[in-house]
Design a protein around this ligand. Structure first.
Ligand code: C5P
Length: 285
């Protein structure tokens, strides 16, 4: 039996703009994305000689063929015409689900990377990312990780200079925001403030963390914040204790702050943890 280990990093959207609805029902986006050290661990056993099995430490997550990690394994093995003679996937879950942190996509991307490495890297990292688009819109970015601009449905990727060193505090409130529902509501509303991708890119190029922080912008944030005023409460705690920029990630409901000192992050965690058990400190990776 062969065992593979792969980390699966969560993502944050530093910017997220929705440009319009497409004929296939999806939306064209433009987003600067960043992987962070908050992560799941994916273990894969090959040649088990048994039927496929997927296990996850979080019991609320479906462990059947609907799981993105399972879909990724099937897509990779079918596409590359490989038969591993049984596979067991075990996911140690730490990334909150339905949070906009790309947890399921990160697991799927980890499966793709691990299998591709095992078979001797027959696909380039960009080809692997392209394959990942068949599993979910955020999978291509999660395959390459780091700092990148994602366009199209999320599958057109361009590497950007690495995000300057900083600390993220990520808080996942209890409520869940439905991604398709939010896209629908965005279609019906007029978008007020949109991100300036060029400014964000030049901030990254200059390694200017302050400029990155003030240019965070996500078109879904005002929609969700208007309905869930606790977002303002979380942001006010961020603001009061050293945050230099904060916003929701993806379609939510996780919200994050950028801070420059670990002490600030620790104080924010202490302030929030009574009401929000899911608070994390992370670094860009
Ligand atoms: O691709 P994924 O399964 O992550 O997308 C979930 C849902 O989010 C889609 O079914 C679609 O309603 C919406 N979506 C979209 N445009 C995107 C990404 C997601 O409309 N670029």
């Amino acid at each position: 039996m062969i065992t593979l280990h792969e980390p699966a990093y969560a993502k944050l959207n530093l910017t997220l703009d929705v440009l319009g609805k497409r004929e296939d029902g999806y939306h064209d986006i433009r987003s600067v994305m960043q992987t962070i050290s908050l992560r799941d661990d994916v273990l894969i056993e090959l040649d088990t000689g048994k039927p496929w099995v997927l296990e996850c430490t979080d019991e609320t997550i479906p462990c059947d063929e609907s799981n993105l990690a399972w879909k990724a394994a099937k897509l990779y093995l079918d596409t590359m015409n490989k038969d591993p003679n049984g596979i067991r996937i075990h996911i140690t879950k730490r990334i909150p689900t339905q949070a906009g942190l790309g947890g399921g996509s990160a697991d799927a991307a980890a499966v793709l990377r691990a299998l591709n490495r095992h078979y001797g890297d027959p696909l380039s990292i960009l080809a692997l990312a392209e394959l990942g688009a068949g599993v979910g819109s955020d999978v291509p970015f999660c395959v390459i990780g780091g700092t990148a601009m994602a366009e199209g449905r999320g599958e057109r990727l361009r590497k950007l200079p690495n995000m300057p060193d900083c600390i993220f505090v990520v808080c996942k409130p209890d409520f869940v925001a439905s991604t398709p529902e939010l896209y629908r509501r965005l279609d019906e509303s007029v978008i007020g403030k949109r991100p300036d991708s060029q400014l964000m890119e030049s901030a990254l190029l200059a390694g200017d963390l302050g400029k990155v922080a003030v240019n965070l912008c996500n078109v879904f944030d005002p929609l969700v914040t208007a309905e869930h005023l606790e977002m303002n409460y979380i942001k006010s705690i961020f603001n009061s204790y050293g945050s230099i920029g904060q916003q929701m990630t993806g379609s939510g409901s996780a919200v994050y702050a950028i801070v420059t000192e670990f002490e600030y992050a620790a104080v924010i965690c202490n302030m929030l943890k009574e009401n929000y058990p899911q608070v994390f400190i992370a670094k860009p990776v």
